[in-house]
Design a protein around this ligand. Sequence first.
Ligand code: NAD
Length: 365
Amino acid sequence: MSNNTPQLTNGEIFTTMREMEHEQLVFCNDKETGLKAIVAIHNTTLGPALGGTRFWNYQNEDEAIIDVLRLSRGMTYKAAISGLNLGGGKAVIIGDSKALTNREPLFRRYGKFVNGLGGRYITAEDVGTSTGDMEYIGMETESVAGKPEQLGGGGDPSPVTAYGVYLGMRAAAKYANGTDSLSGKRVLVQGVGHVGQHLVKHLVQEGATVMIADISEERTSAVAKEFGVEVVSTASIFDTQMDIYAPCALGATINDETIGKLTCNIIAGAANNQLKEEEKHGRALIERGIVYAPDYLINAGGLINCYVELEGYNRERALQKTEIIYQRALEIFAVAASNNITTQAAANRVAEERIRAVANINARL
Ligand code: NAD
């Protein structure tokens, strides 16, 4: 798996699907509600393909197709590495989510389309969709997670995601420092939104020296006030002395401009696609002696939360299942070191091996 932006090869959908190894791409059109949705099912070897529905104003259809293909493939790897019996899928709805005021008709129609896939795809919330939208979808199909807590859903997955990131960070500390204690470590959390704020709580409880940065002054003052942590300006993040860098805002923050400035020996955060160029920047981190905890492994708590919801939601169980991240991270660091590959490449290898092993069992049954 690579983070490099894929293109539709020669503008051909089937060629691209073959190269990216997708099983199915489903186009849903409804004149009445204006619904234009695309569901991508990447791989169902381990189970039904689970992934959120992103509601986004794409510039054109190619952009939407590429995004849904890329995101669904990422879900296959995330589910596989987290030990879940789920495949990878994702959906996109093309349009302006904020402009849609009457959401019920469109989301119920979309729910009927999802239901028509007979359980091969299970949806959840993503950028531009909410637990309320999942409630509408849930009126039409069982194939939905991320419903509100009062409806038996998992509610906001961010605290579970943050717990997984915290455990991934502890595992990275164990590997890099010989002890997983974060006490006294200077940790910079970039982005104190849903996940970042819960991560700060865990770190403060453990006695780490936490610094926070966010483009939203409202967020930094709220979190600084609650936890008594130091605020760093976003412009000076990479000039700050730190032991651990935790990107919890946006992707591609590890790049040619930032790597040379990093003073930390660990990177562990929630943001997706942290390495601008997976192989190049993964290698550059190795050369600088920085341990990188693979993003899609340590931010898998949200997906684990959805999985537990399918079994009958229980927050304790979601947190307990998230604990796999610690051991899995240690395993990946060891695979990376013994094969002289990046930790991201090692994560991909471990995920692919699990899928292959289960496919072999299925073939023999
Ligand atoms: P969020 O929108 O609640 O928080 C993001 C925060 O980052 C906001 O406070 C925002 O102001 C800040 N921010 C944006 N750009 C910034 C910048 N340039 N510098 C500093 N701060 C900036 O999002 P979230 O749910 O907390 O998710 C954080 C990251 O983790 C995202 O990349 C998301 O894709 C990823 N993630 C989240 C979950 C989850 O359960 N919420 C699961 C997996 C991955």
